[in-house]
Design a binder for this molecule. Structure first.
Ligand SMILES: NC(=O)c1ccc[n+]([C@@H]2O[C@H](COP(=O)([O-])OP(=O)(O)OC[C@H]3O[C@@H](n4cnc5c(N)ncnc54)[C@H](OP(=O)(O)O)[C@@H]3O)[C@@H](O)[C@H]2O)c1
Length: 233
């Protein structure tokens, strides 16, 4: 089985990489920072020596780079079982105050990345009438909150993309799942004034994704809302 995971070196993406590698998947992964990818590659090859790994430094906010990465994967694998559109950035702000360009940056990174990656990899799913696409949305995809600003706009859009895709893929044998986590501990929370255990652990999101991916052919989880036990922050 082959899984593609974007934004793979830290946080939730990193936890998904570890969970899927442990479950025996071959992986195609990316992030922007080559040094982090090199470290991750060494760790994966040490723990899972038989893993088939495609790894590339890709800025997922750049359309041509995304299309190039997808083309590399399709040329090597021909068939992709799982795509996890995880790469994303969070820039806190307010629509009325944030710097101009904040919306464009987050739409390009959080939405267009998934749109072009999905279009690039569907040719490795559609002919086989199988595959599962996970789109990393957020609680911010269905509720606004202070300091959400353009991030929330981009995540509402991501859920819209995911719902449209689900409808389109229903009769084509391809599953689509929108993941909506609440606060999950990752580097982006460094310095936040909360104890780490107030937030969810990235591995809990990763295990949920794997368990949904392992369901029988006839069932799909369309939306997963996962919150800290004590609720939103
Ligand atoms: N953590 C939360 O509380 C939370 C809650 C709900 C949803 N989410 C969503 O979950 C996803 C992961 O969040 P996280 O908190 O785990 O993030 P994180 O810890 O900041 O890690 C982000 C990962 O994505 C990569 N990345 C960032 N921008 C990229 C780009 N333009 N192209 C390619 N890779 C890129 C990063 O590596 P490089 O910097 O090297 O590129 C890193 O590997 C995001 O979509 C986020 O919106 C997070």
């Amino acid at each position: 089985m082959r899984a593609v995971i974007t934004g793979a070196t830290k946080g939730i993406g990193r936890a998904i990489v570890e969970t899927f590698a442990k479950a025996g998947y071959d992986l195609a992964i990316c992030a922007r920072t080559q040094a982090d990818l090199d470290t991750l590659q060494t760790e994966l090859k040490t723990t899972y020596p038989n893993i088939n790994l495609i790894m590339e430094a890709v800025d997922m906010s750049k359309k041509e780079a995304v299309k190039g990465f997808a083309a590399t994967i399709v040329s090597q694998w021909k068939q992709v079982d799982i795509l996890i559109n995880n790469a994303g950035v969070f820039k806190p702000g307010a629509v009325s105050e944030e710097e101009e360009g904040t919306l464009e940056f987050q739409i390009e990174t959080n939405l267009y990345s998934a749109y072009y990656m999905t279009r690039g990899l569907l040719p490795a799913m559609l002919p086989h009438e199988s595959g599962h696409i996970f789109n990393m949305c957020s609680i911010a995809s269905f509720m606004a909150y202070p300091n959400g600003g353009s991030y929330s706009v981009s995540k509402f859009a991501m859920l819209g993309f995911s719902k449209a895709l689900r409808e389109e893929m229903k009769t084509k044998g391809i599953k689509v799942t929108s993941i909506m986590p609440g606060a999950t501990w990752s580097a982006s929370w460094d310095g936040a004034p909360f104890p780490e255990d107030r937030l969810m652990k990235a591995e809990d999101i990763a295990h949920s994704v794997l368990s949904v991916a392992q369901m029988n052919k006839g069932a799909v989880v369309e939306e997963m809302v996962i919150r800290p036990q004590l609720g939103d922050l």
